[in-house]
Design a protein around this ligand. Sequence first.
Ligand SMILES: C[S@@+](CC[C@H](N)C(=O)[O-])C[C@H]1O[C@@H](n2cnc3c(N)ncnc32)[C@H](O)[C@@H]1O
Length: 226
Amino acid sequence: MSFESNDKDKVKSTFESGAQKFDRIYDHSENKSVFNRWLDRSFRQDMYLRFERTLENIGTNEIHSILDVGCGSGRYCIEYLKMGKKVVGIDMASNMLKIAQKSCYEAAPDGEIEFISGNYMEHQFEQKFDAAVLMGLFDYIEDAESMLKKLKTDVNKLVIASFPRSDNLPNKIRKFRYFFKNCPLYFYSREQLERIFLSIGVDNYTIKQTDREYFVKLHLKSTEQV
Ligand SMILES: C[S@@+](CC[C@H](N)C(=O)[O-])C[C@H]1O[C@@H](n2cnc3c(N)ncnc32)[C@H](O)[C@@H]1O
């Protein structure tokens, strides 16, 4: 087994066992413990902000089909379905997909959605998508450039992704915690992202900085602003 596939197994196993706990991050009800509400307020604001920003960008008339890479428990997919979009969600963790399937069906029983269980890098799609969303995914990707190259072949218009910042102290502490969870983590600088985008031939992009991450939009057709 190569080092890379071993890393993938570690990420998969982290999310297989943590699927329910991850999904609860999006639960804003009063049922949450005081501690979890404090965690949400203190450390998860970037997650909620990227959720809102993504939906704003996906809600336009130009976007009909969406590929959600690392769709997790499907919280984004639910919203795309409510907007009437056609959705494909792919994830390595089957426990995440089980939650996603159930909640998407409950929220939008007539929604057009397909779930694929597996590693995005190993999956060949028969169609191209208007947009791809990769939220909270590049944290676990050793070779971001190869993944972005593949996205260029799978997507026509827009790629939206989050990249955790390498210069952020809570992220450094998180790396320490994940070391004990036996899960690899990768962080990025703005310069590194710009180098990667240049190298894959994308010159039309925006990088918005938040406390802990970069919210990136790659426009794959330079003449088309989505
Ligand atoms: C932090 S979760 C984010 C879930 C969702 N995007 C969200 O923001 O709510 C990251 C997800 O990416 C999945 N993942 C990581 N690497 C992957 C890969 N190469 N192919 C498919 N899924 C992957 C994990 O299994 C996990 O469910």
